[in-house]
Design a protein around this ligand. Sequence first.
Ligand code: APR
Ligand code: ZN
Ligand code: ZN
Length: 361
Amino acid sequence: MTHQVRAVVARAKGAPVSLETIIVPDPGPGEALVRIEACGVCHTDLHYREGGINDDFPFLLGHEAAGVVESVGDGVTDIAPGDFVILNWRAVCGQCRACRRGRPQYCFATHNAKQKMTLTDGTELSPALGIGAFAEKTLVAAGQCTKVDPAASAVAVGLLGCGVMAGIGAAINTGNVGRGDSVAVIGCGGVGDAAIAGSRLAGAAKIIAVDIDERKLETAMAIGATHTVNSRQSDPVEAIRELTGGFGADVVIEAVGRPETYKQAFYARDLAGTVVLVGVPTPEMKLELPLLDVFGRGGALKSSWYGDCLPSRDFPMLVDLYLQGRLDLDAFVTETIALDEVEKAFERMHHGDVLRSVVVL
Ligand code: APR
Ligand code: ZN
Ligand code: ZN
């Protein structure tokens, strides 16, 4: 059997996305069909549309989603029809060296559904990050589904599927922020703000938000920052040092992805501090540093890939904290929109007007 559903498709490089009818097959072995309830709009979706990831058009966009399992294929035991799940873009293999060493965050054999969703003329779709959740239903590998408490709002917890998990994980997994720590977060978009929320959860005493946009600094305060620095007005490295007794922050999280902010992060840490790089640079970006400065500091320089998350460990835990009122995921939802408003949401995202627009289905 197949399913005809409405979905948001990027047909050609740079062209506006369109609402299309797509054909979704029933799940094959190891796969699941998920009825999507909500899906956030992420920069990566726009990046796909602009041809910045690869040229495998047409793309089925959307990848920050939660929904209900409608059916599962042969051999699927971890989830069942009716389960409320958050989707992830890293179904780990369990067999590779990284998995066997207990570090599946570094699995190099992650996989997606094998069967293809298509346009009505049979053209195969490339689902964004192997998900494609701006659709009433989508087909994924069962390992891309994590069952969580169904009492939670899909609009809020779907965001854990990508950007918000990247930020929270940068703080609690990669940065290992601890009670009493000082943390500086450079760049307070959805990812940086999530790093602030994660630092707060972890018990950080001081959370310094750095941005060039006053509106972003206000939101950062609402989410849990204790101090703000506008780096258009003052040198962020000096400001962070001043706010930390001259030492620098225990953990500095870079959530922009540019050479100048990488450099600020590098110099704003305490000598024993950790720099966490979660902002994604472009291939041509370079940074030159005196080797003596690299050598002359202790601590650690770490990059954070998907917040170094393990969906099966982190998603249910964070959903529980959300339900207990200890993690305000609703604060990340600037607006809810319909499936045919994704193009408009890209525009608003581009202008920095939103943390997250979330499509509700
Ligand atoms: N200094 C400080 N903040 C800056 C600077 C700068 N030089 N340049 C931009 N910013 C701020 C923007 O004002 C914005 O608030 O960085 C923030 C970036 O946020 P978003 O554009 O909303 O992006 P976000 O979704 O948070 O992702 C940030 O993390 O995972 C990666 O690919 C993602 O590289 C991206 C980064
Ligand atoms: Zn593996
Ligand atoms: Zn994303």
